[in-house]
Design a protein. Structure first.
Length: 516
């Protein structure tokens, strides 16, 4: 299971801290053949250590990137786009065959429920198919030239190696969006997964390696370096990275952005959200209730698109909140993520449980009321918590301005749509927003420039669960990057503006005459 081990045979002595990608990592013995900096892979349901993954050392990292660059120049940069698309086609087919096994591995490693684990693999399959389509359709353009007998063109070329740093909560799909588009546009991909998402990363990388080798390409085109923050820093600081794509918290994203900008590099940031779902007086209430339930409880509240705030119009506030609480009471099924009946698995890490506990006790201290949930379910395991709804806090209370990555939903009462839009937009993040209304004026206003200021803006659809066909990403502290569909592929390319003169003269632009 240790891909690093496969590539780096033999014993590796413990490297000095400055050269090791596992700063907070345990030092462990692997197979009794030496000491390594390792990361434990822990099942969040039982806290059982399943295995360990060795952290890359600085020397290993350097060698991996060198080999990637060589493979890229030799076999990938100049390959045709339809041929690159075939790699994604075959890879996607393999994933289709293994969807249930890979979905189960995600559930085991992250605590996500089975249906969502499989859904994530489906998302990778979908983006592979999307990339296959792009491989026959990506187009530059021909622009009008002001000079006679000249053609003005725009073309898109690969950037080189794309560093992809992913978060624990979508340990497969986020890499999939990045890798599929980066590969089809002609880049090599270096993946640093979250320390709690290493197993699915190893599995996907091995499937990608066998696909590449079967199609006679070097496997180094898609490499994996496991590690903690130092490995992410090496990627951010590395001039050889044509693009750094980072998914994670706003705080970590800010550090990556500064490091990459410091070397004038390109970054693509997909950071936190603080997403509101607005239920207007003219809403289809059962629809809004379902959307709220999935948006707030799905993935145990650990999506960047999770519904964190529900703004309810004063005319229906009491009845809506009553129905929402009843829905939680009847349908929240917490338990083993591998049991198909479970809707809410454990939080992925012990630290998340602490953050959940701290947010709820602060809310209560400051006058909030727990309407449903609110407790850690120690009877089920150390990392199980109840999805929680809290009322009674001001819309600009610190807890509602920040993202707590746990299933806590705050309810807020508002009077007019303008007020709801203002509350929706007052937070620093701007990833996803949803309005439930059957009124055309309200809906279009919400979607307009006067409306929600996030990257994803929905009507009668919840905040989470975006399809791959649209561009995915947010504004403000959510990072500003766009991944997945639409023209997100452009981020993985360098743009070339080319002018070709097929005439006998050399006219200068702007009509300048440079003769005497
Ligand atoms: C994330 O949580 O980082 O829209 C991504 C969604 C998913 C992606 C979430 N398709 O909820």
């Amino acid at each position: 299971v240790l891909c690093v081990k496969e590539e780096w045979d033999g014993c590796m002595p413990v490297p000095p801290a400055s050269e090791c990608g596992g700063n907070e990592g345990a030092l462990g013995s692997v197979d009794g053949d030496g000491m390594f900096a390792v990361m434990p892979c822990v099942d969040p349901t039982t806290q059982r250590q399943m295995t360990v993954v060795r952290c890359a050392t600085r020397a290993q990292y350097e060698a991996v990137v060198d080999r990637q660059l060589a493979a890229w120049k030799q076999r990938w940069r100049d390959e045709t786009m339809p041929a690159r698309g075939q790699v994604l086609r075959v890879f996607g087919e393999r994933l289709r065959e293994l969807k249930s096994e890979l979905g189960t591995l995600i559930a085991l490693e992250t605590g996500k429920v089975l249906a969502e684990g499989e859904g994530e693999i489906q998302e990778v399959i979908d983006i592979c198919e999307y990339a296959l389509g792009l491989s026959r359709s990506i187009a530059g353009q021909v622009l009008p030239s002001e000079r006679r007998d000249h053609t003005l063109l725009e073309m898109w070329h690969p950037r080189g190696v794309v560093g992809v740093i992913t978060a624990f909560n979508f340990p497969a799909a986020v890499w999939g969006w990045n890798a599929a588009l980066a590969l089809v546009t002609g880049n090599a991909v270096l993946w640093k997964p979250a320390p709690t998402g290493n197993l699915i990363a190893v599995a996907l990388t091995q499937i990608m390696h066998s696909t590449l080798e079967e199609l006679k390409y070097p496997k180094e085109l898609c490499s994996l370096v496991a590690g903690r923050t130092p490995v992410g820093q090496w990627i951010a600081d590395d001039l050889r990275m044509g693009l750094v794509s980072f998914t994670g918290s706003c705080d970590a994203g800010r550090k990556v952005a500064v490091a990459v900008a410091g070397r004038l590099g390109a970054s693509l940031l997909e950071l936190g959200g603080n997403n509101a779902l607005v239920v207007h007086a003219d809403a289809d209430v059962p629809l809004a209730l379902d959307a709220c339930f999935f948006g707030a409880c799905g993935t145990a509240g650990q999506r960047c698109t999770t519904t964190r705030r529900v703004l309810v119009n004063e005319a229906i506030y009491d009845s809506f909140v009553h129905a929402l609480v009843a829905k939680y009471e009847q349908h929240v099924q917490i338990g083993d993520p591998l049991d198909p009946k479970t809707l809410v698995g454990p939080l992925h890490a012990a630290a998340s449980v602490e953050r959940y506990r701290a947010a709820i006790s602060r809310a209560v201290q400051d006058g909030g009321t727990v309407l449903v949930g609110g407790s850690v379910r120690a009877d089920l395991g150390l990392q199980f918590v109840e999805p929680t709804v809290i009322g009674g806090l001001a819309h600009n209370h610190a807890l509602l301005m920040n993202e707590t990555f746990a299933p806590i939903l705050y309810v807020i009462k508002y009077a007019t749509l303008d007020e709801a839009i203002a509350i929706n937009n007052q937070v620093p993040q701007g990833l996803s927003s949803a309005l439930f209304s059957l009124n055309m004026r309200n809906s279009w206003k919400w979607l307009s420039a006067q409306g929600a200021d996030s990257g994803l803006v929905n009507v009668n659809v919840g905040t989470s669960g975006a399809e791959i066909g649209g561009a995915f990403g947010g504004e403000k502290d959510s990072g500003g990057g766009r991944e997945s569909g639409s023209d997100a592929w452009k981020a993985y390319c360098r743009r070339v503006t080319a002018t070709v003169n097929y005439g006998m003269e050399l006219p200068l632009s702007q009509g300048i005459s440079f003769t005497n």
